[in-house]
Design a protein around this ligand. Structure first.
Ligand SMILES: [Zn+2]
Length: 413
């Protein structure tokens, strides 16, 4: 079913019109059945490429293998992207627009002229002169996050299958669901996958590769106050709402998402609820270092105890929940993963730039599940918004990077 001249753009345009938005309020896996619409198409396309083991499982994950064609003992390498799009903005009825041979300037989106991709806020557009750019019509997100990655892996697979003279080890393909709601790796069967190392294609600007993510914990503070009729409360009432508010008011302003960047961590209240009798604050803690995470938790616990000391009749609990850890810890044990990636980036004519992600990826989970997994660029920008855009030429560069990476692993085996 795949045509002889099925380009990465053809594939991308075919995938983005399929609505695959995930839903954080659903407890099912996948969280939305519609994610399987893309999964089924990918399974068929992989089979049409001759990858007989391609299959979509009940959780919506797609697995396939390009068998090795070399006698060398090359470790099985996996390429992974997620099929879902973010719940932040509509992914229904995506109408991709193609700006051919971009000549600079702002791009006004045709379906909603109030939506403009401005050069001032998207300086990466300076590197796109002469490129073809895909945008939305302004009424939905595009879903380049992460269908650019999906299309790139599919195109690289097609290239390897059609050029059997390129020697390579086993290449595994994995497409996941629900990455955007933090559950992408939950139901991945690493045994079925059978890979030694993996790479997600879920980054942005070409040349930028990522081997670090945040380390992440969640904190829940539960407060029990002293409830009382307000008319007769003097000297007795301890309002849990006020205790919770005091804690939030004392959070350091300079350790917040809105005041930090780069490698700085933060304490961030996500949710607060309660009554006079009982209140709950839910927070997330982020840092690149495990020690930094601990420092922030100790600080938060100290603030909580100090505030609660002023409510002597009340009580509280402070619970820390492990979320995920910086994948660098795992990747540093296998330096060849990044070295081979950097070599492949150079071979496509770019200077590799190592970045850290102020968030998590499927790769950070997979790394700690036993599958070390850094992140590669896709060429997409302004994710999770109607201003999302992707460069066709940069997608082609990402495809070439995958092919070169497969070659490097074979050469160095
Ligand atoms: Zn993504």
């Amino acid at each position: 079913m795949s045509l002889p001249h099925d380009t990465v753009l053809d594939r991308f345009l075919r995938y983005v019109v399929i609505d695959t938005q995930s839903d954080p309020t659903s407890s099912a896996q996948p969280s939305t059945e519609k994610q399987k619409d893309l999964g089924r198409l990918l399974e068929r396309e992989l089979k049409a490429l001759g990858l007989d083991d391609a299959h979509l499982d009940e959780h919506g994950n797609v697995y396939a293998t390009i068998p090795a064609n070399t006698k060398k003992d090359v470790p099985a390498i996996c390429f992974c992207s997620h099929m879902d799009t973010a719940p932040d903005f509509s992914g229904t009825g995506v109408k991709p627009q193609l700006v051919r041979n971009y000549q600079g300037g702002d791009i006004t989106l045709t379906g909603d002229p109030s939506q403009v991709i401005r050069v001032a806020s998207h300086p990466q557009l300076h590197d796109q002169i002469g490129h073809d750019i895909v945008t939305t019509d302004g009424t939905t997100l595009l879903g380049a996050d992460d269908k650019a990655g999906v299309a790139e892996i599919m195109s690289a697979a097609q290239f390897l299958v059609r050029n059997p003279e390129i020697p390579h080890g086993p290449v595994k393909i994995l497409f996941t669901t629900d990455e955007e709601i933090g559950r992408g790796a939950d139901k991945v069967d690493l045994k079925t996958l059978g890979a030694r190392f993996a790479y997600t294609l879920d980054g942005s600007t070409v040349g930028e590769i990522e081997n670090e993510t945040f380390s992440a914990d969640g904190v829940t503070i539960d407060i029990s106050g002293v409830a009382m009729h307000p008319g007769y409360a003097k000297g007795k009432m301890e309002n849990a709402i006020k205790a919770a508010s005091d804690i939030v008011a004392r959070l350091p302003r300079d350790i917040a998402p809105e005041t930090t960047e780069g490698r700085e961590g933060f304490i961030h209240p996500l949710d607060i609820s309660g009554s006079m009798e009982a209140a709950r604050i839910q927070l997330i803690i982020r840092d690149f270092r495990e020690g930094g995470l601990k420092e922030k938790e100790d600080l938060l616990e100290k603030i909580t105890s100090e505030v609660m000391a002023t409510y002597p009749g009340s009580s509280h609990t402070f619970t820390v929940k492990h979320q995920y850890r910086n994948m660098k810890e795992v990747l540093d044990r296998h330096p060849e993963i990044m070295e081979n990636l950097e070599e492949s980036v150079r071979r496509v004519g770019l200077e590799p730039v190592r970045h850290s992600i102020r968030g998590g990826t499927d790769g950070s989970r997979l790394s700690f599940m036993g599958l070390p997994c850094p992140n590669i660029y896709t060429g997409g920008h302004a994710y999770h918004s109607p201003l999302e855009w992707v460069s066709v030429q940069d997608m082609e560069t990402a495809v070439k990077t995958i092919v070169e990476l497969v070659k490097v692993w074979e050469e160095r085996a």
